[in-house]
Write a protein that binds this ligand. Sequence first.
Ligand code: ATP
Length: 327
Amino acid sequence: MAKIKRIGVLTSGGDAPGMNAAIRAVVRATLYNGCEAYGIYEGYQGLINGDIKKLRSNHVSNIIQRGGTILKSARSKEFRTVEGRAKAAANMREHKIDALVVIGGDGSFTGARIFGQEHGIPVVGIPGTIDNDLYGTDSTIGYDTAVNTAVDAVDKIKDTASAHNRLFFIEVMGRDAGFIALRVAISTGAEAVLVPEIESDLTDLNDFLGKDYDPTNSSAIVIVAEGEKSGGAMQIAEKVSKSHPNYDIRVSILGHMQRGGSPSPFDRVLASQLGVAAVEALLDDQSNIMVGIMNKQITQVPFNKTIKNTKSLNPELLKLVKVLSFR
Ligand code: ATP
């Protein structure tokens, strides 16, 4: 492989708090190692459009604490085509960018893998998604912050739920994965959690509500992941209100607030470590891999593996919700 002199960085897919900290780390580590850093704006679409800027150290000053991404993110249909990726590769050649760091989720890594193989460009991925649904890393950048934000909101809803003896169904993010929902449920002492990974027939929930729940003298919180199979918090609340018409039921959908805000110290440190690890991996002739952290050790996981494998929810944690809501 030719010696890498210029490294490009982009953010792709859903934004996540901590992406800025990762951009900063990639840029600073690139410069530290005597290379030049290039920011690509609006993900793969920016690579296709040639929206590329040389970044100096001061361009990433004062961003470690900011949510969102200074490079913007996008979903690019054109990058899914051979022609789109050829334009992207031509722009990289024009700017003499030798290698690419992609901060995003599994969709972004699928694109990165195809792109890298088609055009012989070294690509390393950094897991940036609030959903934590990537195999090969204990935590993704943004997950910890999103959980903190959701816990803060649920704590507040609990106050009003208890003042009125209400049953609240609170929907948190997670289209395909229940990591946020499960962690939020344990942290807030929720009575139940419904996640996409488990086909919920509502039997457990109905058992709990039917036998143990006194709607005149108690409140309850049920955390629902948005991708839950029966359709999310609204639909579940409707079903439960039919079977339990005397309950005072409310629904709260937390929505995009979970993506925003200042990243937690955990996410800032994770992003900093992974940004440096990604650059070091490229300079060490690694390609087609995602960098992650498992059991406090940096990991390098082939894109293939992280895309194909599914990270499972910890069954012990699921059981914990049940045990700790026992009345
Ligand atoms: P999140 O987990 O937050 O949704 P993601 O990285 O999975 O993030 P996607 O929208 O799935 O987000 O993918 C981001 C971009 O990656 C897409 O808009 C597209 O440009 C590119 N991409 C995804 N899948 C492919 C593919 N099969 N071929 C080429 N490019 C792809």
